[in-house]
Design a protein around this ligand. Sequence first.
Ligand SMILES: Cc1cc2nc3c(=O)[nH]c(=O)nc-3n(C[C@H](O)[C@H](O)[C@H](O)COP(=O)(O)OP(=O)(O)OC[C@H]3O[C@@H](n4cnc5c(N)ncnc54)[C@H](O)[C@@H]3O)c2cc1C
Length: 416
Amino acid sequence: MRYSAFQILKQGLTGNKGWQPVWRNPEPKAAYDVIIIGGGGHGLATAYYLAKNHGLSNIAVVERGYLGGGNVGRNTTIVRANYHLNGNSEFYSHSLKLWEGLEQELNYNAMMSQRGVINLCHSDGQYDFFARRANLIRAQGDDAELLDRAGVQKHAPFLNFQNERFPIRGGLLQKRGGTARHDAVAWGFARGADMRGVDLIQNCEVTGIDIEAGRVVGVQTTRGAIKAKKVGMAVAGRSSQVGQMAGLRLPIESHVLQAFVTEGLKPIIPGVVTFGMGHFYISQSDKGGLVFGGDIDMYNSYAARGNMPIMEHVMEAGMAMMPAIGKARVLRGWGGIVDMTMDGSPIIDKTPVDGLFFNGGWNYGGFKATPASGWCYAHLIATGNHSEYATKLLMNRFETGHVLDEEGTGAHPNKH
Ligand SMILES: Cc1cc2nc3c(=O)[nH]c(=O)nc-3n(C[C@H](O)[C@H](O)[C@H](O)COP(=O)(O)OP(=O)(O)OC[C@H]3O[C@@H](n4cnc5c(N)ncnc54)[C@H](O)[C@@H]3O)c2cc1C
């Protein structure tokens, strides 16, 4: 069923009885050409592009819980392409271009809102670095504007310009950045994949990966064994555990990342603002809640909820950047298990097991990567070759030392 203004009118006039389920709920078949483990944003986007770009349809996405119940439905929805290192920049640039046409392509309202992302800086050194970063982003073909203090004040007058400890020196603005509704992105890709014949199998946990003579032949699941010619992992925070099922030890740690939302307020924040003197960022949802977060909890965990010290740090940083936030009441906080690599950049690669592929290491930032990740991972799985947009997101960079240390803070996930 295509969604359209006409369809809304027709259904509205006929008692809304004609809407069809957004996807089927099939039983797993005995065998598939490709199985994707993980029904988050990346797994669903991969299945979609495998079908759309490569004409494959005998595909299953197997998900231990429900579609979109992982990080894709827990993130703070920020989309941007302001990376500066080769390897990351072309990948995220491609992703933002896909985002810009995604709703039309999927025929699904993902509430993509390009309201701008501004990173604040607080010293001359940071300002110089932002100037260089802006040039690199523009050289890649994306937009970036360096704002001085007055420029930031015009854009975001609600920030603390009296703060003498962390004075606002300027900012880096990307107007094409913004937010999208996170779970609608998962649902849109799920619907698109289902329409192309992909089986989306929920409540089906992969418990083992079957390998014969160095080649993957299928998976064991809580709903029985399923054979497959190729298997792709896209399990984000569970990467190490699922990797272990194939005997892989991955350069990834799992950490909790928390986020918070306040009661609904009248519109105050036009886009996304990030603090430069502590890990804090904020935007305002379409319902009016202030959505904000900060750093990972500094210990390894598979619990999707965090602890008080990071909450305190996030609230303090928020008060330093925007004291008015102190008047808003926090409604909820939650956590997701993020897959941290040692250089903060992702991996889309083959594994030493024939036919078994790996997608993970999305750190704090895999939501914005969702379309390009699916695009590039599908290319790798279908053709065996790396997509032109993901030639450097390889596992062996940790062996060779060619790390993609975008933040320049060293090879460790606990960066601050
Ligand atoms: C609080 C928070 C804020 C964030 N904010 C942003 C942001 O603003 N912008 C941004 O770009 N990124 C952000 N991120 C990161 C982003 O959400 C993730 O990097 C991204 O969603 C990860 O990819 P995914 O969607 O495929 O993961 P997930 O949605 O976690 O998908 C993985 C799926 O695999 C399933 N799975 C795991 N093990 C198995 C198994 N054995 N068998 C079957 N299925 C399995 C899980 O149930 C899960 O559904 C944030 C993350 C968090 C937690």
